[in-house]
Ligand binder design. Structure first.
Ligand code: HXC
Ligand code: NAP
Length: 292
């Protein structure tokens, strides 16, 4: 649950927005939907499980007093997307924003994956986001609406990562679409941006990526310079900013929100964190002596 007082934008900042959040029934999608709704947006949450979506919609609506429309829609199916979009327009009004958040992912050595397993992730993540982006883009161009697309990628969309290769490939594809269409569709006033989160605890991600057997052996907060995982309101704030007019001059950007995690992995000498402060006197002497 997002506490309203932790949201940075003023009350009603998204009052004129009608936003679709794919995968909005759970996890980060739910938190973003909640943030948008608190700030006055009408939100439609999409996913495969109607029972989950219905419960989330009721809970958000009770918290915020704003309309939330749950719709069963598998983002791999373009007919379902067309029907869901028509339903949102009919029930809530002209759509102004899309958050491509729905995803599937699990850890596995790549050589253990069947072709179907690889395709499944790419179909949900890359093709699902492409399907929604195309449907909304065509609608906005036809109706002359200056729409706004936010896609949730990950830091390894840029760096790549072993053991989640289908997800890395799919997220990299989303980033390429974001940067490409930001330029191509700017003439229609359509913006596209991405947010690349580091670890933010959700049941969906933790069950599949950090199961207890791994968590026991590896404390991944040690990889994060700020020493902690993300809080959902921190992501929701960034997403509301991107979905609002306050960010009107930002397009084609991927904003990382990861406590410094990927940079720590990338910087050649960041491993020197292991040296204790008192050890530096001796080390400095050794290094200074190098010239003799
Ligand atoms: C190897 C596996 C596997 C595993 C499934 N498969 N799990 N292969 N290791 N652990 C294979 C199956 O054998 C099958 O291939 C194919 O994948 C499809 O499996 P199904 O179980 O039939 O798929 P389905 O029921 O549609 O489930 C989809 C799912 C599931 C992606 C596997 O996990 C899901 O519904 N996920 C949605 C939510 C989610 O993943 N959230 C996490 C996002 S977190 P064969 O060939 O045998 O038929 C995220 C964060 C990243 O992205 C960054 C973190 C820091
Ligand atoms: P999550 O709760 O499992 O969210 C995934 C959502 O996608 C679920 O609501 C799921 O609902 C929906 N979904 C899956 N397949 C779908 C399909 N075919 N059609 C429509 N909806 C579908 O996990 P999360 O952690 O919040 O992840 C949300 C996003 O953040 C993802 O894009 C993920 O890659 C990204 N991310 C998360 C983290 C993290 O640390 N949590 C880090 C970086 C990036 P149904 O099963 O009901 O369809």
């Amino acid at each position: 649950m997002i506490e309203k007082e932790k949201l940075m934008l003023r009350d009603g900042a998204l009052r004129n927005e009608i936003i679709i959040v794919t995968g909005g029934g759970t996890g980060l999608g739910r938190s973003m939907a909640e943030g948008f709704s608190h700030l006055g947006a009408k939100v439609s949450i999409w996913g495969r499980r109607m029972d989950v979506l219905g419960k989330t919609a009721d809970e958000i609506c009770k918290l915020t007093g704003n309309q939330v429309l749950p719709l069963a829609c598998d983002v791999r199916n373009t007919d379902e997307i067309d029907n869901a979009l028509a339903e949102v327009i009919k029930t809530l009004g002209p759509v102004t924003g899309l958050v491509n958040n729905a995803a599937g992912n699990f850890i596995s050595p790549t050589e253990r994956l069947s072709p179907r397993a690889f395709d499944l992730i790419v179909d949900i993540v890359l093709k699902g986001s492409k399907n929604c982006t195309l449907a909304l883009g065509k609608y906005w161009i036809k109706e002359k609406i200056k729409g706004n697309i936010l896609s949730i990628t990950t830091t390894y969309a840029s760096t790549g990562s072993g053991y989640v290769v289908p997800s890395a490939a799919a997220k990299a594809g989303i980033l390429a679409i974001t940067r490409s269409l930001a330029v191509e569709w700017a003439k229609y006033g359509i913006r596209l941006n991405a947010i690349a989160p580091g670890p933010f605890p959700t049941k969906g991600a933790w069950d599949r990526l950090f199961p207890e057997a791994i968590a026991k052996r590896f404390d991944f907060t040690k990889k994060i310079p700020l020493g902690r995982v993300g809080n959902h309101h921190e992501l929701a704030n960034l997403a509301t900013y991107i979905l609002s007019d306050y960010s009107a001059f930002i397009t084609g950007e991927e904003i990382v929100i990861d406590g410094g995690e990927w940079l720590k992995g990338a910087g050649e000498f960041n491993f020197l964190d292991i040296i204790k402060p008192e050890e530096w006197d001796e080390l400095e002497k050794i290094v200074r002596n190098a010239k003799s």
